[in-house]
Design a protein around this ligand. Structure first.
Ligand SMILES: CC(C)(COP(=O)(O)OP(=O)(O)OC[C@H]1O[C@@H](n2cnc3c(N)ncnc32)[C@H](O)[C@@H]1OP(=O)(O)O)[C@@H](O)C(=O)NCCC(=O)NCCS
Length: 450
């Protein structure tokens, strides 16, 4: 960040997220591999930072490589069925030792505060406990998985009460049965069930490998930035085909968890790469994020504007008004005319708008104030907004759409408009035509198929 103005604009862009996330519950799942890396301490700092901003955090860790190491040290072979380890009583001993060690190491790191910052002495309290009730996985392909289990129940009330005390809850991949047995679980299973039980706002998985692309339309190489649950199902179903993007097993597993969580009222699941330093901060505090976000409903929508959109529309159009690209409209006029506007919204932010003004006597409509945020242009959003407006006009029984523009003549021509003269405008509009501005007049005759 070079200049103070960059700092100020960065701070302003981040502040709304800080506000939105305060007192929200996030569940973060990460693997045992991550714990072994030098950069893990940076992740823990980021967790401390989130906690200090009032996010209610539950961390669920894995311990697969640590368990494997312990098994190797004690020269134990374990059987695997369909990717799942059979945990016999001897292996369970290794599981308990490894998980316990990892758990304590994480708790110790979380207790560090933020070195070299005013938060150096901020002590974040870590809570652990028997929050997870488990049951045996059972017998698969004739093999008893013994102490390999799955989540049966989460004690959500107990976790909530710790979160309410401002503590960070740390949960291991071990579960306990009412009969006093211990079960070896997967981090993914525990994190998903905890997120569902807590009605978490977000379930976040830090994965080994994940690439996301910038444009969701092109699914050839990487995961899109955003997926609905339906898209995710489709992607998983196609994953087996030869031409599909080759998805690592861990990504596929996390996607299955996302489908389950989002289907059970977890608002969003984020899949992000654990290899990017500060990945979690980038994902949460930037509009675009860096991972793949899965939600039940699409985050983009075209909808009629509401009075509370006025601020967002003004932010979008004021710079264009200042450049003389759009005619100036004050807040008051916008408030009066808000029913004429359609907005293109993405994740609560207005990225585009357009207005439709009817001239019923002349059987015509004016398209005005069409604008897409500069960072989101050339992705077809302008085209979609125009089509939406055209359909709106057609639904009102109007088939003549005109627009006045100073900077986008060719764009409209490429979208079927023809140049015209001010005398072809409805009479009342002709009277208002500003000859100094010399806007180009363009008209499109709409057909029912628009
Ligand atoms: C005009 C505008 C709405 C287009 O939005 P968009 O989301 O970028 O449009 P699309 O993605 O559907 O179309 C992009 C294509 O149009 C082209 N294009 C964008 N603006 C253009 C312009 N002013 N003139 C000519 N072509 C333009 C792009 O180069 C791109 O071409 P390509 O597909 O060959 O690469 C947007 O540029 C904008 O907000 N402009 C400022 C406001 C304005 O002039 N509004 C019109 C007056 S009401």
């Amino acid at each position: 960040m070079n200049t103070s103005s960059e700092f100020v604009s960065w701070f302003r862009s981040v502040a709304p997220y800080v506000n939105a996330f305060r007192n929200k519950t996030f569940v973060i799942g990460f693997s045992g591999e991550m714990v072994t890396e030098e950069t893990f301490v940076n992740f823990i700092h980021d967790v401390n930072l989130l906690a200090s901003l009032g996010v209610r955090l539950t961390l669920v860790h894995g311990a697969r490589p640590q368990i494997q190491l312990r098994l190797d040290e004690s020269q134990q072979d374990t059987l695997s069925v369909m990717g799942m380890r059979v945990t016999d009583p001897a292996a369970l001993q290794c599981v308990k030792e490894s998980v316990g060690r990892v758990h304590h190491e994480i708790a110790a790191l979380l207790s560090m505060g933020l070195p070299n910052s005013p938060m150096a002495n901020a002590s974040i309290r870590v809570a652990s406990g028997n929050f997870v009730t488990a049951c045996p996985y059972g017998v698969i392909q004739g093999v008893d998985l013994m102490h390999t289990g799955k989540v049966r129940k989460i004690n959500a009330a107990a976790i909530h009460s710790r979160l309410e005390q401002g503590e960070v809850v740390l949960i291991s991949p071990l579960g306990y049965s009412p009969t006093g047995e211990i079960f070896n679980l997967t981090m993914e299973n525990v994190a998903t069930e905890v997120a569902i039980a807590l009605h978490a706002e977000k379930l976040i998985f830090l994965l080994d490998a994940i690439d996301t692309q910038v444009f969701p339309e092109d699914q050839s190489n990487h995961l899109p930035r955003e997926l609905t649950v339906a898209d995710t199902r489709l992607l998983l179903a196609n994953a087996a085909s030869a031409t599909a993007y080759v998805m690592p097993d861990s990504t596929q597993l996390a996607m299955q968890c996302a489908i389950k969580a989002c289907g059970m009222h977890v608002a969003r699941t984020h899949l992000i790469s654990r290899h990017n330093d500060g990945a979690i901060l980038q994902e949460l505090f930037t509009h675009h994020g860096i991972g793949c976000m899965i939600s039940q409903e699409p985050l983009r929508s075209l909808r009629n504007a509401r009075i509370d959109d006025v601020g967002g529309i003004l932010q979008l159009i004021e710079p264009l008004e200042a450049e003389g690209i759009l005619v100036r409209r004050g807040r008051e006029l916008l408030e009066i005319e808000i029913d004429r506007f359609t907005v293109f919204e993405h994740d609560g932010v207005i990225l585009g708008c357009a207005a439709l003004y009817p001239f019923p006597e002349e059987q015509a409509c004016e398209l005005a104030c069409l604008a897409i945020h500069p960072r989101y242009r050339d992705q077809g959003h302008g085209n979609r907004l125009l089509q939406h407006i055209e359909n709106k006009a057609i639904n009102q029984g109007i088939h003549k759409l005109f627009v006045l523009t100073t900077h986008a003549t060719h764009w409209f021509i490429e979208h079927g408009f023809k140049t015209a003269t001010p005398t072809e405008l409805p009479k009342t509009k002709q009277n208002l035509y500003n000859y100094q501005r010399r806007s180009k007049v363009l008209i499109k005759h709409l057909s029912a198929q628009s």
